[in-house]
Design a binder for this molecule. Structure first.
Ligand SMILES: [Zn+2]
Length: 469
């Protein structure tokens, strides 16, 4: 395939020849060979394909079959009830209604009784926006035998009855629901290609051999036109090893302020990951979680590829520690836009400048990459890039304006290599991966408003994965 008349890094009139997954030639005046497919970029910018450094593919596929009940979807209890009642039964599970994105701004703290008032006849499960908690109605509690079930995350009242809330119990829940039909990933694959994403790192902590095999099949049958790096459990193979096109990434360790491990335990897990040749990615959203992660890295020693996921509240001292340890940070600027108004209401004012920082890391010498955290954030990385530049909430207020990046820096959040987020961006040159995005305008105009509507063509592994119209 030949892409002609492209603007690359500000240079016009360039052509790119894609071979089998690799860029073969980049230069002026390349001629098409025989039946080679020719794509005319019409002078538009051609950039490296975007890599989303942190998302959750299976949850994203499930979310596309779920009722969205965040404050932006269903502003109050009555609209949430109506949306639930109107929902078609998800294809993935017998009679269940699955709702996602819930936040207390809709109807307060959810209980099984409250959900019974919205839906009594069908089993209903509602996932909290952060992804760490599910709430069930009584029909669902009965199906799951929640009163008698044994899982540390099942919340109980003083009489020992399940309240309907389950914390960090996704794996247990999957076991209870049984392995339904494997979710169809092709819709998600097409959606990501349409916004210029050519690679992702799936950051789901429970990823193991089953998930790797499932993703491998989706890559092989073309349903998932992506380069895929899989973070996850210790069960996955060596760092950087490739099975069925799925590359093994870091061991994902999740910290939860409500149930923190002893530091020795955390240090031991880090050592175990490093010993098996894998880097470590630590989920830390609160200040306490962040400092525990940093202290553990200090004891365990950090290796290239080690990273902090989110670092949502990050004081300067932590930036310096992360720099000293050589840790990368993978942030979610998209939350500034989608959750910023709630942060401004709920988070202590003195912490506002520390939320989802960008420039503070870059200026502080910390490699900074970004992910969308879809489905917990919007899957469109351009929304995240624009938020990294303008730091505007969806309600039009500024959050951490001093943390603003240039459009070029914002783009680089998503163009680093999978194993080195925030490191040198991938370049479009001979020998590099044939993963690229053709925009419908020059970069000098594209940078004014970063939007996925500018994506005209996406090429993944040398093949067109998306073409507008
Ligand atoms: Zn995540």
């Amino acid at each position: 395939m030949l892409v002609v008349n492209a603007e690359i890094d500000g240079r016009s009139g360039l052509d790119l020849r894609c071979g089998d997954g690799v860029l073969v030639e980049v230069g002026h005046g390349l001629q098409a060979n025989g039946d080679e497919l020719v794509i005319d970029a019409r002078g538009g910018a051609v950039i490296a394909g975007l890599h989303d450094h942190h998302l959750h593919l299976l949850a994203l596929a499930a979310a596309r079959n779920s009722v969205a009940c965040g404050p932006g979807d269903t502003p109050d209890a009555e609209s949430m009830r109506r949306a639930l009642v109107a929902a078609p039964v998800a294809r993935d599970a017998r009679g269940w209604i699955r709702a996602v994105g819930y936040h207390e701004a809709v109807a307060g703290q959810l209980t099984r009784e409250l959900l019974d008032g919205m839906m009594a006849d069908r089993p209903l499960r509602v996932q909290h926006r952060g992804g760490a908690a599910w709430v069930f109605n009584s029909a669902a509690c009965r199906m799951l035998k929640l009163d008698a079930a044994d899982h540390v995350g099942i919340e109980r009242d003083s009489k020992g009855h399940a309240t309907g809330r389950l914390f960090r119990g996704d794996q247990w829940l999957r076991g209870q629901l049984g392995a339904g039909a494997a979710p169809d990933l092709s819709q998600v694959g097409a959606e990501l290609a349409s916004v210029g994403v050519t690679g992702v790192t799936d950051a789901t902590p429970s990823n193991g051999a089953d998930e790797a095999a499932l993703f491998g099949r989706a890559l092989a049958d073309g349903g998932l036109p992506l380069r895929l790096t899989l973070m996850g459990s210790f069960e996955l193979g060596d760092h950087g090893s490739m099975v069925d096109g799925v590359e093994t990434g870091a061991v994902k360790l999740v910290l939860d302020e409500r149930a923190l491990p002893a530091i020795d335990e955390l240090v031991a897990d880090m050592g175990r990951a490093h010993d098996s040749g894998r880097a470590v990615a630590v989920h830390c959203v609160t200040r306490v979680e962040l400092f525990l992660a940093l202290a553990a890295f200090e004891q365990a020693g950090a290796v290239p590829g080690d990273r902090l996921e989110h670092a949502s509240v990050c004081p300067d001292e932590a930036v310096q520690l992360a720099r000293g340890l050589g840790l990368a940070v993978v942030t979610q600027p998209g939350f500034v836009r989608s959750r910023g108004d709630a942060y401004l209401r709920e988070v202590e004012r003195s912490d506002h400048p520390l939320l989802y920082r960008c420039r503070g890391f870059v200026d502080g010498g910390v490699r900074l990459g970004a992910g969308t955290d879809a489905p917990f954030g919007d899957a469109d990385p351009w929304l995240a890039m624009q938020a990294a530049v303008d730091r505007q909430t969806s309600g039009g207020r500024g959050l951490g304006i001093d943390e603003s990046l240039t459009p070029e820096q914002a783009l680089e959040l998503f163009t680093g290599w999978p194993h080195n987020p925030g490191g040198p961006p991938r370049r479009l040159a001979a020998g590099e991966p044939a993963d690229l995005v053709v925009l419908d305008r020059k970069w000098s105009r594209a940078r004014d408003e970063l939007s996925s509507s500018m994506v005209r063509t996406t090429v993944t592994r040398g093949r067109v994965s998306f073409a507008r119209n």
